[in-house]
Design a protein around this ligand. Structure first.
Ligand code: ADP
Length: 303
């Protein structure tokens, strides 16, 4: 088992891309606990950290480590947390100049119990902030971008965003994350080139078998590649016209922190595809990096 993530020669290829991520950024308050508490229990945390979270923002943080030029678009409240998130994005070299700031409300916060026994993360999320709408997206110029990655949320507005991309920048690569089921989410399946789905989404759609989910998803999307992360079992992927393939997980010596393993996985798939690696190579790289991440606390210094 690798102690460190193997940096293959392909990663050193000069392939810096300009990537826009559209989704949420949050404050994550992570309480490390020895074991996950029983309901109604009181427990002392062994450690606590405040980190910037949010699926797309996390993926951009990893993509920035790969050396890409990253921009984030989403909403923030006009509060201390919102300002702190901006500073943290800037520290990671992520441009948040087009973020939409709302007066009132509260920047989204996730309260996370991270079990040292299993590495599992249990999340309670609070938000009181409008979602990004298509008008906010319209203000972002698309010139010079190579890739846009959307979080699958707020489907009505995100649909309009994808339509704009396809209308004015048809050559741009578009990926879509499907993490949770949401009303109307299937309206987003037309337009993306790559779909990055998660187990929770597949199971909520009634699929327990990855192959069946991916075949069904492929028949409803324009994407040429559908990828499905499956936790400790690794990941599955389907290229249009081919058979579903499985890539087993790469377990770290000890699972310490699975928080944002999926965001790391998504970033690594995008990085590899943007470097013109094959789908199999891309998913293998992603499984490797996500497994390496599970053996470490947090997302800093992965590359
Ligand atoms: P999420 O963070 O969205 O819950 P997953 O749990 O599906 O995402 O994990 C994403 C990827 O991280 C998986 O496809 C797998 O490659 C890797 N991974 C997750 N859990 C483990 C684990 N316990 N051991 C090794 N790799 C893991």
């Amino acid at each position: 088992m690798p102690e460190t993530f193997e940096r293959g020669s392909r990663f050193s290829r000069p392939a810096v891309r300009s990537i826009l991520g559209v989704g949420i950024a949050t404050l994550d308050i992570v309480n490390e606990v020895e074991v996950y508490p029983a309901e109604d229990a009181e427990m002392r945390a062994s450690a606590q950290r405040r980190v910037r979270g949010g699926n797309v923002a996390n993926s951009l943080g990893v993509l920035a480590q790969f050396g890409h030029h990253c921009r984030w678009l989403g909403t923030l409240a006009d509060d201390d947390t919102g300002r702190w998130i901006r500073e943290d994005l800037a520290r990671q070299g992520i441009d948040a100049a087009h973020a939409v700031v709302h007066a009132g409300g509260a920047t989204p916060t996730s309260y996370i119990a991270l079990s040292r026994a299993s590495g599992s993360r249990t999340i309670v999320h609070y938000r009181d902030l409008p979602e990004l709408d298509a008008d906010g997206f319209d203000r972002v110029p698309l010139e010079g971008l190579d890739w846009i990655h959307f979080e699958g949320r707020n489907p009505l507005e995100t649909r309009r965003m994808i339509d704009r991309v396809r209308r004015i920048a048809p050559g741009l690569s578009v990926s879509l994350e499907l993490e949770k089921p949401r009303d109307g989410i299937e309206t987003l399946l037309e337009g993306p080139d790559v779909i990055l789905a998660g187990r929770v989404f597949a199971e909520a759609r009634g699929f327990e078998v990855p192959e069946s989910f991916l075949s069904d998803l492929m028949s409803h999307t324009s994407a040429q590649l559908c990828v499905l992360a499956w936790g400790a079992a690794g990941a599955f992927f389907l290229v249009r016209g081919a058979e579903v393939e499985h890539v087993p997980a790469v377990p770290p010596p000890r699972v310490l922190d699975t928080l944002a393993a999926g965001d790391t996985f998504n970033a690594a798939v995008i990085d590899a595809l943007a470097r013109s690696l094959t789908p199999r190579e891309s998913v293998e790289r992603a499984v490797g990096l996500a497994g390496f991440k599970c053996g470490r606390i947090g997302l800093e210094g992965l590359i």
